[in-house]
Design a protein. Structure first.
Length: 334
């Protein structure tokens, strides 16, 4: 019998349910990764980890709002001498959590050619994908002294056998599915038909999927999954529809999404009664000059203001922060 396949949308009976006191919650996931030139071809070298110390400020910031950030760590960061010093204490005390984020082009063993296709780990031969995942998972556990329980594929690059590796190593949650997005044009997965709600990947209910939250907003939002696939030839039409207030795709991230847009997205997600809202962004954005989204100090201040605005709004709407530990304790297994 074939194993569970994260690329396949779930059946109707796969939706996860939570205890009555869980309500609606949110998590903050940080793609904790090396810095590289976003406009250059991917390379095994030509990267750095100089932004790792910036995690300390973000950690302190989140603690001020009672938020437990989830750091999804890739191999260069896990190998850094700084990362355990910067957030290790918070992880030990339960003020932060760690997970695995696999960037295959910088994760050993290095057996594949570096290419766009191979940058999606799920496209690699299964044994190589599994070897890279296990090596990274072990390095993270060695650095922090605890086993990670959550996974995100770099570039959202799940494959047909990824779930098998996750289950073998005791991963409880995958958060690689970016619903409403299609990466198949570059050789990646297509997640347009995947739901936004948490769901079980396997029949035994050992692996929970928490899709990244992206919603459609506007009068045409109910037709978003029909309209958006036809706009790839004329991407400017997306902006036209958004400016006209007719249709807008809003992922919950401070990178490229204004606070005003994100607030609209949060309200849609709340109205749709999503039990868990999943926010995400890249750790190099915590220091100026390393991503297209934070080029200077003003951009960095704006990023923190974005989070202040969103945290305040979520509190007003009664949506509390949660964590991997709390989610797994609250989700119903039967």
């Amino acid at each position: 019998m074939p194993g569970p396949n994260l690329l396949e949308p779930p059946g109707k009976d796969a939706a996860a349910t939570f205890g009555t006191d869980f309500g609606q919650r949110f998590i903050v996931t940080v793609d904790t990764e090396e810095e590289f030139d976003w406009n250059a071809p991917l390379a095994r070298e030509k990267h750095s980890v100089v932004t790792v110390p910036a995690l300390r400020k973000f950690q302190q910031f989140c603690e001020g709002f009672g938020v437990v950030p989830i750091y999804l760590i890739d191999y260069p960061v896990a190998s850094s001498t700084y990362v355990s010093e910067v957030i290790g204490g918070a992880v030990t005390d339960g003020r932060a959590e760690i997970g695995v984020q696999l960037h295959p082009w910088v994760s050993p063993p290095f057996e594949e050619e570096v290419s766009e296709f191979n940058s999606y780990a799920g496209n690699l031969p299964f044994q190589l994908e599994r070897a890279k995942f296990r090596t990274l998972r072990d390095r993270i556990q060695q650095a922090f002294g605890v086993a990670p329980l959550i996974y995100r594929a770099g570039r959202y690059g799940l494959g047909p056998h990824t779930a098998e590796s996750l289950l073998e190593c005791g991963i409880a949650i995958d958060t690689s599915v970016r619903a409403r997005f299609d990466y198949s044009g570059n050789g990646g997965p297509n997640y347009r038909d995947h739901p936004l709600y948490p769901y079980w990947v396997d029949q035994e209910r050992r692996l929970l999927e928490l899709p990244l939250t992206t919603v459609y907003w506007g009068p045409l939002r109910q037709m978003g999954n029909v309209i958006y696939p036809h706009l790839w030839r004329t991407p400017s039409m997306r902006g036209v529809l958004a400016r006209a207030g007719l249709l807008e795709r809003i992922p919950l991230t401070p990178e490229g999404i204004t606070a005003e847009e994100a607030l609209r997205g949060v309200d849609i997600a709340i109205d749709e009664k999503l039990p868990v809202l999943v926010f995400s962004f890249h750790s190099p954005s915590l220091a100026p000059g390393h991503t297209p989204y934070v080029r200077n100090d003003d951009d960095l201040n704006a990023l923190y203001d974005w989070w202040r605005t969103l945290f305040g709004h979520l509190a007003q709407r009664g949506v509390k922060p949660t964590s991997v530990a709390e989610i797994m304790a609250s989700v119903k297994l039967a």
